[in-house]
Each structure stands twice: as structure tokens, then as C-alpha cells.
Design a protein around this ligand. Structure first.
Ligand code: C5P
Length: 219
């Protein structure tokens, strides 16, 4: 049976890099659900639709032809044949993604897609990371983890990732996105049965180890 590891957490908690590294070490597949929401936000912008209008977003969903890699080593995101792996990380995407993620039709559509990707993996396991994986997408996952870190630590990490941007702007954007997102799904408190890993005092390697420990102890 496939081991499904669900990892939720706020922006800047390190969940993408940690989940990807853990998947690589275990020989598991890796699914970044945030990348799918970002790809749709990119598609909405590219098609000239207004991300703040739910009906325009739902229309854009009809023509959303996307593929997301699940290999932690060769991970890429395409929309209609265009490689958007780098473009979906740009601030112009980050600043509108919460608008599309709050639309219930979008969440239902992507949740169904994530479940079919999880069901069809040919590896011994898959690590799936996002905001509602432990609660909505895969509440029956073998292992469920909430990866947290203090707001200061998360902002410092995101500023380091986005070198060239003003730290104050990065912090403000991150806070705004977390506030908007947490109105839709609760990823700040662990649901029942979910193990919290707090990475505030840990470096990346220690966080990967902490996550691997939770996986080996519960899988
Ligand atoms: O994880 P990342 O920060 O790349 O996610 C981008 C956005 O996608 C989040 O800010 C949130 O709006 C949305 N998202 C979501 N549910 C998920 C994953 C991401 O709503 N499971």
C-alpha cells in the first residue's frame, strides 16, 4: 500500500523544501499543491481574467490545462505547454493566488485532481504539501504533519529566498497572504491526530530529520 504523507503549514514554514528533500531521501513522489493554485493564478492573469471575480476564475478553470511533476528531482509545472515553474513564484502571482484559492469550485476541482494524482503514484509513497492536505485532501493519510515556525523565522526565510526584494515588503505580502488564506482553511492549528513540527529553532537539515522521524515512527 502507498504511504501517503500529508504536510500542511503557512507560507515560509519551509514545507516545500523540507517535503521535497524528505521525498527524495525516501524514494517517494512529491506533490506541491500550492504550485497548482499558483499555476491557475498564472493562467487567470495570462487569459486577462479578473482574479477577484469568482465567475471569471471559474471560466478560466474550464480552459485550465496544466501538468505538475511529482518527481522531487525533476519537478516542473506547465500550463498549456508553457513551462511556468519559475513564473509562478513571482510576486505578481503570489499577490493574487489567495483570490482564486477562496473560490469553492476551484478548491473542489483541484482537490479531485490531487486525489487522483495520489491514487496513481507508482512510488512506494507520496509526500503531499499544502494548506488543507491533513484536513480535506487526504484526512486518511498514513502520516499527517503540521509544519510551523514563528512569524519572524518565516519572514526571514522568505526574504532570503526572494533576494532583491525589500524584506519589509516580503513580510507584509506574506502576512497578507496568510491572513487571506486562513479565512478559507485553518493551517495554523493542528487538527486531531496531526503531529506538529515547529521549525523555528531548527535549520533545514534538522527539520528534514524531524519530519523523517515522524514518518518512520508512524508509517
Ligand atoms: O504553498 P504556496 O505558498 O506556494 O501556496 C500558494 C497559495 O495557494 C496559498 O497562498 C493558498 O492561497 C493556496 N493554497 C491553498 N491550498 C493548498 C495549497 C495552496 O489554498 N492546499
Amino acid at each position: 500500500m502507498t504511504t501517503v504523507v500529508a504536510v500542511d503549514g503557512p507560507a515560509g514554514s519551509g514545507k516545500s523544501s523540507v517535503s521535497k528533500a524528505a521525498a527524495r531521501r525516501l524514494g517517494f513522489a512529491y506533490l506541491d499543491t500550492g504550485a497548482a493554485y499558483r499555476a491557475l493564478a498564472w493562467h487567470v492573469a495570462a487569459s486577462g481574467a479578473d482574479a477577484s471575480h469568482a465567475s471569471s476564475v471559474i471560466d478560466a478553470l474550464e480552459s485550465f490545462d496544466y501538468s505538475i511533476g511529482t518527481d522531487p528531482d525533476g519537478y516542473a509545472v506547465h500550463v498549456g505547454g508553457t513551462d511556468v515553474t519559475a513564473a509562478i513564484r513571482e510576486p505578481r502571482v503570489s499577490s493574487v493566488v489567495s483570490l482564486i484559492a477562496r473560490v469553492p469550485e476551484v478548491r473542489a476541482h483541484l482537490t479531485a485532481l490531487f486525489r487522483s494524482i495520489i491514487a496513481s503514484t507508482d512510488r512506494p509513497g507520496i509526500i503531499v504539501e499544502g494548506r488543507d492536505i491533513t484536513t480535506v485532501v487526504a484526512p486518511d493519510a498514513t502520516v499527517r504533519i503540521l509544519l510551523t515556525a514563528s512569524e519572524e523565522a518565516r519572514m526571514a526565510r522568505r526574504s532570503a529566498e526572494l533576494a532583491g526584494e525589500k524584506p519589509a515588503d516580503v513580510g507584509e505580502q506574506l502576512k497578507k497572504r496568510d491572513q487571506a488564506d486562513s479565512k478559507v482553511v485553518d493551517f495554523m492549528t493542528a487538527a486531531e491526530g496531526v503531529t506538529t513540527v515547529d521549525s523555528t529553532e531548527l535549520d533545514v537539515e534538522q527539520t528534514i530529520q524531524a519530519v523523517l522521524d515522524v514518518i518512520t515512527n508512524s508509517a
